[in-house]
Design a protein around this ligand. Structure first.
Ligand SMILES: [Zn+2]
Length: 368
């Protein structure tokens, strides 16, 4: 799978025009510049390249190989949903699904020198939760003891002070154990005892940084706020939107209840606007996992495959509803700087990394 659409590229400041596919070479290797090179046109073109080359070589896979390219992944994924339903109707349950997600990365975890292939085995749920305080308005010159906006602000502060419970979801434990043999120093010592230290790891990871905290709990971020429309008018309705990412150990309803409990004020209405449950977890073992890992190893035996839970949503979530083997991984080596260009200016990918990824996809297609 891959998606054909891309986020806009309207921001000024691109070093190379976003739709010219220019290749530069400043000595550190060739780079291909453009919107979609990482997300997700690079994978789309790579998959087509791998399949066309296999056809040209007269390869006839033993199994059906379906190519599924949604057209609106970045704005809801109705295409991905329709494709998943059509596949189920016409072909039944696929042996596995491979979509965008993790990549080959280095230096993401301090103390882990080996390059990692982070393969998404699930994705967190996502929800928009609305907090509203309604109160009689009036003139700002004679305010009540607590205005609607102040009551909402107090609720938001309480929410921040009471984060959701930290747990160690099974794929996160798998990630830690997979990295353990390749980690040095204090981190290595902890990771090698991950199973033993399991009761303490959630709290430790929750404290270690924003990235690791997001791995062990449902996260909440207040993204939108609104109050009154004028400087001298008291708000009759103060409103906040909380963007929630639901841990695979949690549920949508559970996450909303936790928010209500953390706020602990009946005067603040808590309402789920929209949301989706976290995806079921696919196993980091078995025939499908092994096929992906074998294709990777044929080109990059130095890369360590590890499972992980994605924070963002992909089109493959529609398959995850009925297919137990859904993996989110594009086999391109991406640097931290390149990752930062995702959905931003200067999106680019290494030409060699892309060609290597095509060879990995090609090995996978030929093994099916
Ligand atoms: Zn994408």
């Amino acid at each position: 799978m891959a998606h054909q659409d891309r986020v806009p590229a309207d921001e000024p400041g691109w070093r190379h025009p976003p739709f010219a596919a220019e290749i530069s070479d400043d000595g550190d290797g060739r780079l291909l510049w453009g919107r979609g090179t990482i997300d997700d046109t690079g994978a789309l073109a790579g998959l087509l390249e791998a399949v066309e080359a296999a056809l040209a070589d007269g390869i006839a896979p033993r199994h059906d190989v379906l190519l599924a390219f949604g057209h609106d992944e970045e704005v809801g994924g109705t295409g991905g949903r329709a494709i998943a339903e059509a596949v189920r109707e016409r072909f039944g349950v696929p042996a596995f699904v491979l979509d965008e997600g993790g990549a080959i990365v280095r230096g993401v975890f301090p103390g882990v020198a080996a390059p990692l292939a982070v393969i998404g085995v699930s994705e967190k749920g996502i929800a928009s939760v609305e907090l509203t305080v309604e109160q009689r308005g009036g003139h700002a010159s004679t305010p009540p003891k607590q205005t609607a906006t102040e009551r909402l602000a107090a609720a938001i502060v309480r929410l921040g002070r009471r984060p959701a419970r930290a747990t160690l979801p099974a794929p996160v434990l798998g990630l830690l154990e997979g990295m353990a043999p390749h980690a040095s120093g204090a981190l290595g010592a902890v990771l090698r005892r991950a199973r033993l230290l399991r009761p303490f790891l959630p709290a430790l990871l929750a404290r270690s940084g924003d990235q690791t905290a997001a791995m062990v709990r449902t996260t909440r971020a207040v993204t939108r706020l609104s109050g009154s429309a004028a400087d001298n008018v008291l708000a009759e309705r103060a409103r906040a939107i909380v963007n929630v990412r639901v841990s695979v150990d949690d549920t949508l309803a559970g996450a909303v209840d936790d928010i209500r409990r953390a706020i602990g004020d009946d005067g603040v209405a808590v309402r789920l606007v929209e949301g989706s449950e976290p995806s079921p977890v696919s196993p980091a073992s078995g025939a499908a996992w092994d096929a992906i890992v074998a294709a990777l190893a044929s080109e990059r035996p130095d890369v360590v495959p590890v499972p992980y839970v994605q924070n963002g949503a992909t089109d493959s979530r529609w398959f995850a509803r009925y297919c137990p083997h859904v993996y989110r991984f594009t086999p391109f080596e991406i640097t931290a700087e390149q990752l930062a260009t995702l959905h931003a200016i200067d999106e680019n990918i290494g030409v060699d990394a892309w060609l290597e990824g095509v060879r990995i996809l090609s090995a996978l297609v030929r093994s099916l």
